[in-house]
Design a binder for this molecule. Structure first.
Ligand code: PMV
Length: 346
């Protein structure tokens, strides 16, 4: 009956970009200035877990993140809820909409198993998980990565496993700016990600505000826009060919360019710390000693490093990292099992 609670729980992993999204052409609809490409980490590693419930007994929409109640009135949460309800209504027209409880309020409970807002793509996993759970609850099928995009841009990429491209909009209404899987994780089973947690503090400038200021003030962005589409094509080729040295070099150059445009932002934005820079030097030293590019670093809007490398190199790279950073915590040794899981309780 309608007084029952219907509930869906799902998990979604973090994705870490190798071609970075940093800038919007449309703030409201979250349309990016350039394509971006990421790798979705393992399902059991860094992930968000979200339950969404609907019932006639609920008197308002409510949301808890890591046990603390948050306002559901943020424009992004509202965009997501509105769009899911709109699509569910459209789909159910003519049928009995009450079955789904579309007229009722929802409760959202989400938790991350890693630091939130510390540049570890927590919002990406969080919004991907929320949109996926809501789509199951309200039986919305088809492309939903464009809904996740309206929660947090990078979230659209966490809806797919493996290597994922977020396309720029080519239509005026932006409706075709969604994520596509370039290759599944099984294409390159040896790929691993090591996350080095430099700090679990919240970042000092959020990505929304940061990228807005960069687009407005950095003159280097013009150069970046000229380069980035070519780089995206090149890294897709490297992924298709399983060419690790090329994949790694582009990944590092991209990370460096993101942090260069952040430094060129006025006032400048510093996400990397001295420890982050030591990791960069260590990675280059390892690659020099081995005479081949065996490991790549990438940093997002925070000081934590994500290292990409092949399985066979994990033991020696990890022992070198632990030798130079004895106190370091590594969050996960991603086994690269991907895909979204969900279960439904009625
Ligand atoms: O999706 P947002 O608004 O949290 O932006 C994420 C931006 C970066 O993580 C720095 C880059 C990326 O492509 O994920």
């Amino acid at each position: 009956t309608s007084s029952q609670i219907r509930c869906v729980t799902c998990t979604a992993p973090v994705n870490i970009a190798v071609i970075k999204y940093w800038g919007k052409t449309d703030e409201k609809r979250i349309l990016p200035t350039n394509p971006s490409l990421s790798v979705t980490l393992g399902q059991d590693e860094l992930r968000a877990k979200t339950s969404v419930a609907v019932s006639s007994r609920f008197t308002e929409d409510r949301m808890w993140l890591n046990g603390i109640e948050q306002s559901v009135n943020s424009p992004r949460v509202q965009n997501v809820l509105k769009e899911i309800r709109r699509r569910a209504h459209k789909r159910k027209s003519g049928e009995n909409k009450d079955d789904l409880g579309l007229a009722h309020h929802v409760h959202i409970v989400s938790e991350n198993n890693f630091p939130t807002a510390a540049g570890l793509a927590s919002s990406a996993a969080g919004y991907a998980c929320l949109v996926y759970a809501l789509s199951k609850l309200f039986e919305v099928n088809g492309e939903i990565s464009d809904i996740a995009r309206q929660g947090s841009g990078s979230a659209c990429r966490s809806l797919y496993g493996g290597y994922v491209l977020w396309k720029m909009a080519s239509k005026d209404d932006g409706s075709d700016s969604h994520a596509v899987q370039v290759q599944p994780e099984s294409h390159w089973p040896q790929m691993r990600a090591l996350i080095l947690v430099v700090s679990d503090q919240k970042k000092h400038v959020g990505s929304t505000e940061g990228m807005q200021t960069t687009v407005q003030t950095s003159e280097l962005m013009e150069t970046r826009f000229k380069l980035v589409e070519r780089r995206t094509e090149d890294i897709i080729k490297a992924i298709n060919d399983r060419d690790f040295p090329t994949f790694a070099k582009i990944t590092m150059q991209e990370s460096n360019q993101l942090h260069a445009v952040c430094l060129d932002t006025y006032p400048p934005i510093f996400y990397m710390t001295d420890t982050s820079r030591l990791i960069v030097r260590l990675v280059h030293a390892i690659n020099d000693i081995l005479g081949k590019v065996k490991v790549a670093y990438t940093f997002d809007a925070g000081p934590n490093a994500c290292l990409y490398l092949l399985e066979e190199d994990v033991p020696r790279v990890l022992s070198l990292v632990r030798h130079f950073f004895p106190a370091s915590k590594d969050a996960g040794n991603s086994s690269f099992v991907t895909g979204l899981k969900f279960d439904e309780i009625e």
